[in-house]
Design a protein around this ligand. Structure first.
Ligand code: G6P
Ligand code: ZN
Length: 544
């Protein structure tokens, strides 16, 4: 063991270290300011209690500044009295794999370094997030305590020691703390093998099933390659962009129809594979496109919930289904048909944590391409892909046939999200205020064939801890079950982003083109909110 000294370094607070929905996110140059990382990491430790000698999981999505920050975090964990740091080889851990590792190792918590689907590189985004012992993002009372500490911090503790080799699996020491570098994939793969029928999926691939998985040069590359091409026998080349790069190859690792257009075009082309899929920077989001059919995240949640019992891990059935409010109600119809409780939460994965911990829900999903279950406490991109594969192998039908069958059974929720990105915050706030001002006068009003049934600003009462969250988005609900929802993004980094979620339910007309099915509602969404008047925009920047 090398003798190592603990240094206490004097510092002054930064005013802007308030963790957001998913930890502290800033541009890399911002994080590289002297003491910036150290102040935040020390504030995390200062906000926690009782970790002396305990285990801490550390890893990230491999983006630029990942390795440096891991070295800093390890040296600070050692100086603050943790007993063991469990670190992914190469500094790699996908967000769901980190969540799993915290749980299976009974760790005190974990530090995950990622800015999810935001671009990386020296001028890209970076992030630090703390997850608690259940494997999920720290609850608000912890993030509030961390933020409070960042405002009063005066020094931090760090071990004066050489860097640890992150590329060799095995144990070393940093002062009194053990550093254990682990294969980032192994525990995660073991969990997937428990949940899904790997031999059956192997038969599917052996029978010529073709798939393309775009890892977007981000963290899922090693996971997808080991599991799809390795354990499941998918053809070599199934995984594309499979090596995590610090700048994600200059791409925006967000698996939507804009940034994963390649996959979309492939799936719609003449030689389309049976399944195309992609995941984001840190591996928690997913995109599912069958041959000739894009499955919206809302529909994917509903189809997975309807068929999950075909996978061994969910053979006993589901306890309940949860979705975020702006996510379409397609999953509610599955819950109703199966006699399950459906939960509607505000946007943000953290709201599912309590439902999962309390055993009230098994499967959850969001329109923002996140789907997951009680197997971890984060959403899980590759899990969603594997559950689709398991269902495809059990039903021996195409994605298109499964979705058509789903709509015949439950009806179809036509759905689109219109994003107006980087609009001036003032206009966006005025637009929301204008909508809130109309809430009491909207019910009963008719617009063409559409009559407003009710309108509100969504609020959520958590059935587990009794907490209330208000002002979670304006909902305009129509007599025929259609819906327009407005909210401002909580994750943007420039200006404000207005999200408009448009949904219409059809029991019989199942083959309409989505834009056509939603035409009247789209026009009304602009008129009701005065989108052009408030933002100067006549068209959204992105439609997903
Ligand atoms: C993050 C969270 C998701 C959430 C999304 C909303 O990705 O992990 O749970 O759905 O942000 O983003 P928005 O930009 O709509 O606030
Ligand atoms: Zn993500």
């Amino acid at each position: 063991m090398t003798a190592a000294t603990i240094t206490t370094v004097a510092t002054t607070p930064f005013a802007d270290q308030k963790p957001g929905t998913s930890g502290l996110r800033k541009k890399v140059p911002h994080f590289r300011q002297p003491h910036y990382v150290e102040n935040f990491v020390q504030s995390i430790f200062d906000a926690l209690d009782g970790f002396a000698g305990a285990d801490l999981v550390i890893g990230g999505d491999g983006r630029f500044f990942n390795r440096e920050t891991i070295q800093t975090a390890m040296k600070m964990a050692a100086a603050n009295g943790f007993g063991r740091a469990i670190v992914g080889r190469g500094g790699i851990l996908s967000t769901p794999a980190a969540s799993n590792l915290i749980r299976v190792r009974g760790a005190f918590g974990g530090i995950i370094l990622s800015a999810s689907h935001n671009p990386g590189g020296p001028d890209g985004d970076f992030g630090i997030k703390y997850n608690a012992s259940n494997g999920g993002p720290a609850p608000e009372k912890t993030t509030d305590a961390i933020f409070a500490r960042t405002k009063s911090i005066s020094d931090y503790r760090i071990l004066d020691a050489p860097d640890v080799d992150l590329d060799a699996v095995g144990e070393t020491r940093l002062g009194d703390m053990v550093v254990e570098v682990v294969d980032p994939v192994a525990e995660y793969q073991a969990l997937m093998e428990k949940l899904f029928d790997f031999p059956r999926i192997r038969v599917l691939f052996a029978g010529g099933f073709r798939m393309t998985f775009d890892a977007m040069s981000a963290v899922t590359g090693p996971y997808a390659t080991a599991i799809l091409e390795g354990a499941l026998g998918a053809a070599p080349g199934t995984v594309i962009n499979g090596t995590p790069l610090p700048d994600f190859g200059g791409h925006h690792p967000d698996p939507n129809l804009v940034h994963a257009k390649f996959i979309y075009d492939l799936a719609m082309g003449p030689d389309a594979p049976d399944l195309c899929a992609a995941s984001d920077g840190d591996g928690d989001r997913n995109l599912i496109i069958g041959r000739g059919i894009f499955v919206t995240p809302s529909d994917s949640l509903a189809a997975l919930a309807a068929n999950a019992h075909l996978a061994p891990g969910y053979a006993a059935g589901l306890k309940g289904i949860a979705r975020s409010m702006p996510t379409s109600a397609a999953a509610d119809r599955v819950a109703e048909a199966k006699g399950l409780k459906a939960y509607e939460t505000p946007t943000g994965w953290k709201f599912f944590g309590n439902l999962l911990d309390a055993g009230l829900a098994t499967i959850c999903g969001e329109e923002s391409a996140g789907t997951g279950s009680d197997h971890v406490r984060e959403k899980d991109g590759l899990w969603a892909v594997l559950l689709w594969l398991d269902i495809l192998s059990a039903r021996k039908q195409s994605v298109l046939d499964i979705m058509r069958d789903h709509w015949r059974t439950y009806g179809r929720n036509y759905y689109a999200r219109h994003d107006y990105e980087e609009v001036a915050a003032e206009g966006a706030n005025a637009l929301m205020a204008g909508l809130r001002g109309q809430l009491s006068t909207l019910p009963g009003r008719s617009f063409g064939a559409l009559t407003v049934k009710s309108a509100d600003d969504f609020s959520y009462h958590d059935p587990v801890d009794g907490s209330d969250s208000a002002h979670q988005g304006v909902r305009v609900l129509f007599e025929d079950g259609s819906r327009i929802v407005y909210r401002l993004s909580g994750t943007g980094t420039a200006g404000a982003t207005l999200r408009v979620y448009i949904e219409r339910y059809e029991g019989d007309r199942l083959d309409l083109e989505t834009g056509e099915a939603l035409k009247d509602l789209i026009a009304l969404s602009r008129e009701l909110a005065g989108i052009e008047r408030h933002t100067g925009r006549t068209e959204p920047s992105v439609i997903t």
